[in-house]
Write a protein that binds this ligand. Structure first.
Ligand SMILES: [Ca+2]
Length: 84
């Protein structure tokens, strides 16, 4: 899973931030500040086709360079992930 920095149009030419190379079949994705520290975090869920079927919160540990993954479930999403 990779994110662009938003400093240019589209992914081409932007700075790419690798969040996690082990993610498969992402079904839902949201970007929001989950722990209220001012850094945008990522919530993602892998589809049932993924062998791991994880629902994950990636806490941005600073500048979108270092991420801490917290797996909240191994069941895959039952609905899409969206911020409230
Ligand atoms: Ca945060």
């Amino acid at each position: 899973m990779r994110l662009a920095d938003g400093r240019s149009a589209g992914l081409a030419g932007g700075i790419e931030h690798v969040v996690d190379n082990s993610v498969d079949y992402v079904h839902g994705l949201a970007v929001c500040d989950m722990n209220n520290d001012g850094e945008l975090d990522v919530v993602a869920a892998e589809m049932q086709q993924s062998p791991q079927k994880r629902v994950m919160v990636y806490l941005n540990k600073g500048g979108a360079v270092k991420w801490e993954c917290q797996v909240s479930a191994h069941t895959g999403p039952t609905t899409s992930v969206s911020p409230t």
